[in-house]
Design a protein around this ligand. Structure first.
Ligand SMILES: Cc1cc2nc3c(=O)[nH]c(=O)nc-3n(C[C@H](O)[C@H](O)[C@H](O)COP(=O)(O)O)c2cc1C
Length: 398
């Protein structure tokens, strides 16, 4: 199954390019989202509009004349898998030698996703020592080669070199993708501490490092989810994590509310300012002007905004407390979350900037489950186990 998976289909300039249209369909029928990248030569054999109409997005052909300023890296990062079908002898040679000269080979070099290559060419080209050596090299990179078949080739020739059946290629793509319980699940995570400007150089902030949110994002991605990580902190580098950097509570609210529309699960681990200076000063406040009076106003409530959505994601809130958990329990009831993670940020080894955390999971019915002190990565693992359990109880399949 390819449900929810993102596949980049690379098409190069051989007669079999027309079969790429079938392959795009087969991949989509299996549930994949497909984006296409083509070489210039491929467009001689198959019109980009055909693939645009099938996939719903325009293929990238020219690296320097796409809507995106860096289409190969965007596609490379977006992909859960890249498949080149058909792959010409020339494209095999370019990729084997790291020559990122065109949109297809540049995308392959710019991805860390698994790569499937389905060559197609005349028998002489397939059996040429150069092609044989290139294929061996590509296999040594860990790329999966779908061997061409014997049969009718272009111009009435018969022999080995015909593109493998598109169903077989789609099956190979499904086969190279790592499994995971969160495959096809869209996850939204907020992390870090927001900064609310007082003037051009100063802000009201908090001690949140973003480490807990990052650990939750990394674990979700490890389990196969696509993650949107909206963070006022450093973020993480993972092919399935899209990092959206923000600064203020208002920026975070805007980004989170928009991402929540497509999210299945939202984990609000950011430390969002409750108040901000009502009138941030342009320029810099001067010592010589004496201590300023700073009026504060409430910031948008990111969590409440999602809780109030009609078709909201499974919602996990975080509450940083300084002592007893009474307020966290009241918050779990009041805020309309499915689960609240409370932590006493004054406890040793717990809270801001530490590598460990001691949290208590609070459910809306007021029940509490205190976890022992453990690394944040382990808190993240247990949290995803708990979320899976609760979503299963709700009747969600993954
Ligand atoms: C009619 C025709 C058919 C071709 N078919 C193939 C083919 O099936 N496989 C192949 O490797 N090259 C084939 N070529 C040669 C490629 O189009 C040529 O090597 C081109 O530079 C490949 O560019 P690309 O890899 O950037 O798409 C064909 C050329 C022509 C004119």
């Amino acid at each position: 199954m390819l449900a929810g998976r993102r596949v980049v289909l690379g098409v190069t300039g051989g007669v079999a390019a027309y079969k790429a249209a079938y392959l795009a369909r087969r991949l989509m029928e299996r549930g994949a989202a497909v984006r296409v990248v083509m070489t210039e030569s491929a467009t001689e054999f198959l019109g980009p509009h055909t693939l645009a109409a099938i996939t719903g997005t325009r293929p990238v052909v020219d690296l320097f004349d796409a809507d995106d300023v860096s289409p190969h890296t965007t596609l490379g990062r977006w992909a859960d898998a890249v498949v080149i079908a058909p792959a010409t002898a020339a494209t095999l040679a370019r990729i084997a030698n790291g020559l990122a000269e065109d949109a297809v080979s540049a995308t392959v070099l710019a991805t860390t996703a698994p790569v499937v290559i389905a060559p197609a060419m005349h028998t002489e080209m397939w059996q040429h020592p150069a092609t044989v050596a290139n294929v061996e090299k590509l296999e040594s990179f860990g790329y999966h080669i779908v061997q061409p078949e014997s049969g009718a080739l272009a111009a009435g020739d018969v022999g080995i070199g015909r593109l493998a059946d598109p169903d077989l290629i789609a099956g190979a793509v499904a086969g190279v993708l790592p499994g995971g319980p969160l495959i096809g699940v869209e996850v939204l995570i907020t992390a870090g501490g927001t900064r609310e400007p007082i003037d051009h150089v100063r802000y009201l902030g908090n001690h949140s490092s973003g480490k807990m949110g990052n650990a939750i994002a990394a674990e979700a991605a490890r389990r196969g989810a696509h993650v949107t990580l909206i963070t006022a902190g450093p973020g993480i580098d993972h092919p399935r994590v899209t990092v959206v950097p923000v600064e203020t509570a208002a920026d975070m609210a805007e980004a989170a509310w928009s991402a929540a529309v497509d999210a299945d699960v939202a984990v609000m681990a950011a430390a969002v300012a409750d108040f901000r200076p009502a009138n941030a000063v342009d320029g810099k406040l001067r010592r010589s002007d004496g201590p300023p009076t700073i009026d504060l106003e409430p910031t948008p409530d990111v969590l409440a905004g999602i809780a109030e959505m009609e078709d909201r994601p499974f919602l996990v809130g975080f509450a940083a407390e300084t002592g007893a958990l009474d307020e966290a329990i009241a918050k779990a009831r009041r805020k309309g979350v499915d689960l609240l993670v409370a932590n006493d940020v004054t406890a040793p080894g717990s809270g801001f900037g530490t590598e460990t955390n001691q949290v208590t999971v609070v459910l809306p019915d007021g029940s509490t489950d205190p976890w022992s002190l453990m690394p944040k990565s382990e808190v993240a693992e247990r949290l995803w186990d708990r979320i899976a359990e609760l979503r299963k109880r709700e009747g969600t399949s993954n």
